[in-house]
Ligand binder design. Structure first.
Ligand code: QV4
Ligand code: CA
Length: 502
């Protein structure tokens, strides 16, 4: 009897680690600042046909609208209420997107900002994305409603009311992060409002959440909120499915708050992954690709089953948050393809692909003066749609890394090898490595072992019918393939898999 109960509990508690992706899909893409209408289209015309399992969307909640600087991307991290109209669209558009993406098997994960409301300097009666009134001076947000009682200021003991020292865990949780009005999540009322917001989205059909700023919330408070969440909508998910949870905790070591305090509640963003991979790909500090032989836990990262991994995110691609200079982004496209290719080939973690917009980067003394710039938009601040060029790239400043052939084909690769362990590691002790997944497929920069035959390299081209638009790779009867990749090639790696056999 006792054993049975234990088994049930285990079944329930592990579910929030599962992204509930359909048809053996394995990766999500962050369509940063995309409009709901464009995401709906993208699910149908591109993500579903190319094996993407889900989309992380920008925060859908009502947010402050700022004019100085002009409509920065980060205004969406300053909620005014949980009404569902934002720079990406209104509630009807949100609902339409969730329905259409779910109908083609692409999940939606919501970026939930629940640690705080807008900045203390947000003023009174200023603009908000649904037009709701608020007063940051008196901490009055009538559209939730929250009043001064629902904020933490009484609990914060720093002179400024701000987090001043990340070595003090009480400050980090109970004081203001960059002046953002900090919610008192130990209050039943506040927990209830947050859970109500998240449950509205769950009932609309989302598959889970990226929860913002978790380092700044007590694990016990988060646990209380997560326990109140509904199961996923049975129109699209099997009954009893718990929402997927990714907690944003930046743990690069050196602080008293660690990711491990949160891994019991759901997955956690593994920030060491992109920071260290960037160092390796850039060959900084004497790092070499061959050192990746024990990549993952062997490099001091959390257990694979707890991790959400990414090469860069919307913060560290522009110097916000943490990760440092080693982070590789689309601005370094050649290195970026290698980094994302390696991430998608390697079995560690649930993988998130970044999809960005271009901005007028202007680095002065190591700082980007334009790190605030919002998505491509019209003069009034309305976000522009994402036009697709005839060659399937995106126009108007949308980078669409997820549509780059090398990245898209490695998303498919990851699906093909899903569940297979890393195998047949080879390296030359320096910057040439090759490895397989199970007995089947390989990613290489030099030579490796797989089943005999002729394969299409999915990095330099695509398999189309029975022909290949890129390099062909011969695997001999001994299971070995020999080929040359020049260091000066735009894409100095190849990947072949069962479905790329000619
Ligand atoms: C500024 C000063 C304050 C001052 C205040 C006075 O910095 O010291 O008290 O003015 O009014 C913006 C501005 C910031 C400003 C603040 C409040 O950049 O200068 O404060 O607004 O007006 C994003 C941006 C932030 C932005 C925030 C809110 O990155 O720059 O702040 O949105 O609009 C830590 C955390 C981690 C966090 C990371 C960035 O542990 O959780 O920093 N990452 C997440 C999101 C991130 C978001 C937030 C958290 C906050 O990924 O995008 O911050 O929701 O590492
Ligand atoms: Ca807090």
């Amino acid at each position: 009897m006792k054993l049975l109960v234990l088994a049930t509990l285990l079944g329930l508690s592990s579910a929030q680690f599962d992204p509930h992706m359909k048809d053996g899909r394995t990766s999500l893409v962050h369509l940063f600042e995309w409009r709901w209408a464009d995401i709906a289209e993208e699910c149908e015309r591109y993500l579903a046909p190319n094996g993407y399992g889900g989309v992380q969307i920008s925060p859908p909640s009502e947010h402050i609208v700022l004019t100085n600087p002009w409509q920065p991307w980060w205004q969406r991290y300053q909620p005014i209420s949980y009404n569902l109209c934002s720079r990406s669209g209104n509630e009807n558009e949100l609902r339409d997107m969730i329905t259409r993406c779910n109908n083609v098997g692409v999940n939606i994960y919501v970026d939930a900002v629940i640690n705080h409301m807008c900045g203390a300097g947000g003023g009174e009666g200023k603009h908000s994305s649904c037009g709701s009134y608020f007063n940051a001076n008196t901490k009055d947000f009538p559209s939730v409603p929250y009043s001064a009682w629902d904020f933490n200021d009484g609990k914060c003991h720093t002179g400024s009311g701000e987090i001043e020292n990340y070595n003090d865990i009480y400050q980090v949780r109970d004081c203001r992060l960059v002046s953002l009005l900090d919610l008192a999540l130990e209050k039943d009322y506040v927990r209830g409002k947050v859970a109500e917001y998240m449950n509205t989205l769950i009932d609309m059909g989302v598959a889970g959440f990226r929860v913002d700023a978790c380092k700044h919330m007590w694990p016990g408070d988060l646990s209380a909120v997560f326990r109140r969440l509904n199961n996923l909508n049975t129109k699209w998910f099997s009954s009893g499915s718990r929402p997927f949870i990714v907690q944003e905790v930046i743990d690069l070591g050196g602080e008293p708050i660690t990711a491990s305090e949160y891994t019991g509640l759901g997955r956690v963003t593994e920030f060491k992954y992109g920071a260290k991979l960037g160092t390796v790909i850039r060959k900084w500090s004497g790092e070499k690709l061959s050192y990746l032989v024990n990549w993952g836990e062997g490099w001091g990262m959390m257990a694979s089953g707890k991790a959400l991994v990414f090469v860069d995110n919307h913060d560290n691609q522009r110097g916000h948050g943490a990760g440092g200079a080693s982070i590789v982004t689309f601005w370094d496209s050649r290195l970026y393809k290698i980094a994302v290719g390696l991430m998608l080939a390697h079995p560690y973690g649930v993988t998130r692909v970044m999809s960005s917009f271009r901005w007028d980067r202007n680095i002065v003394n190591g700082q980007d003066e334009n790190d605030w710039m919002g998505p491509p938009s019209y003069g009034d601040g309305t976000t522009k749609p994402v036009p697709i060029n005839p060659d399937s790239t995106c126009a108007d400043g949308w980078v669409c890394e997820h549509r780059w052939r090398q990245i898209r084909n490695m998303v498919i690769f990851r699906n093909v090898v899903n569940g297979e362990p890393l195998s047949n590691w080879w390296d030359n002790g320096s910057n040439q490595v090759a490895f397989g997944r199970g007995s089947r497929e390989i990613v290489v920069t030099k030579s490796s072992k797989t089943k005999p035959g002729t394969y299409c390299d999915v990095i330099s081209g695509d398999k189309q019918g029975s022909s290949c638009t890129g390099k062909q790779v011969q695997v001999g009867g001994d299971g070995y393939a020999y080929f040359n990749i020049s260091n000066s090639e735009e894409d100095p790696f190849i990947a072949i898999h069962a479905d790329s056999k000619l």
